[in-house]
Design a protein around this ligand. Structure first.
Ligand SMILES: NC(=O)c1ccc[n+]([C@@H]2O[C@H](COP(=O)([O-])OP(=O)(O)OC[C@H]3O[C@@H](n4cnc5c(N)ncnc54)[C@H](OP(=O)(O)O)[C@@H]3O)[C@@H](O)[C@H]2O)c1
Length: 214
């Protein structure tokens, strides 16, 4: 029987790659995306819902799918206010997971980040750690958490810090072997492919993939 998927973050780097995979995948008869702006895309399998993320429960019917993929996130440059940052990186994904739980979603797949740790002194790592711990507490049948290192790919916007880090790590790529392999930059396409593949395994439980395991 064909499945239905729901994707968050379809306008982003990882989410955009994932959307391509899901639309092409035979396993899915419908791919719904919830976005805050019309992406102007058209595909026979695509259902786009433009929504206000502060009231996602208004769209709870769309959560009745087998697999939910969450690729939401912001950056310190885009969202300077930490409360707002937490809303995007933690509160929205948690609300999505709770709505997913209500609708008995089989697989929940989410992008976290390398270094996620709720006790970290680094805000970004702490936020991701908080998200992971609270997602686990919800008790979803299958929770897949992906912790990529620095993402590479054709990003529409220019991010100076990210670009500089990618150029720098490329020059020293030979060093990222053995225990340092998990620090090697990873393409958004690889992350997306791995998320899609994990959703097809039908394993139950909590699964955490560090960057070198993605
Ligand atoms: N960049 C890296 O090197 C890196 C490394 C490790 C982990 N990560 C994590 O990986 C995940 C995916 O990263 P990415 O680079 O693919 O992200 P991205 O390209 O920045 O995309 C983020 C997505 O989140 C959505 N979003 C942001 N703010 C929103 C809001 N207020 N309401 C609704 N949607 C909102 C964006 O939608 P709009 O288009 O509407 O803004 C977009 O679809 C993130 O959680 C990120 O923290 C990133």
């Amino acid at each position: 029987m064909k499945k239905r998927a729901l994707l968050f973050g379809a306008s982003g780097l990882v989410g955009g790659e994932l959307l391509k995979y899901l639309l092409e995948a035979d396993e899915y008869e419908q791919v719904a995306i919830i976005v805050r702006k019309d992406l102007g895309l058209s595909h026979p399998k695509l259902l786009q819902v433009v929504a206000d993320f502060s009231v996602l429960s208004r769209h709870s019917d769309i959560f009745a799918v087998s697999d939910i993929f969450c690729c939401l996130g912001t950056t310190a440059n885009k969202t300077r206010d930490k409360k707002e940052y937490k809303k995007i990186d933690v509160d929205y994904p948690l609300e999505i997971a709770r709505l997913a739980m209500d609708k008995q979603v089989q697989n929940f797949l989410v992008v976290s980040a390398m270094g996620a740790n709720k006790n970290s002194k680094v805000f970004y790592n702490r936020i991701k750690g908080l998200l992971e711990d609270q997602l686990i507490e919800i008790g979803l049948p299958a929770l897949h958490i992906f912790r990529p290192s620095l993402l590479t790919g054709a990003r529409k916007e220019f991010r100076l810090g990210e670009k500089a880090a990618i150029v720098l790590t490329r020059s020293f790529i030979f060093m990222f072997t053995g225990p340092l392999r998990k620090y090697r930059p990873i393409s958004a396409e690889t992350v997306a492919k791995s998320m899609y593949a994990a959703a097809q395994t039908n394993k139950k439980g909590v699964f955490i993939y560090n960057s070198n395991q993605i």
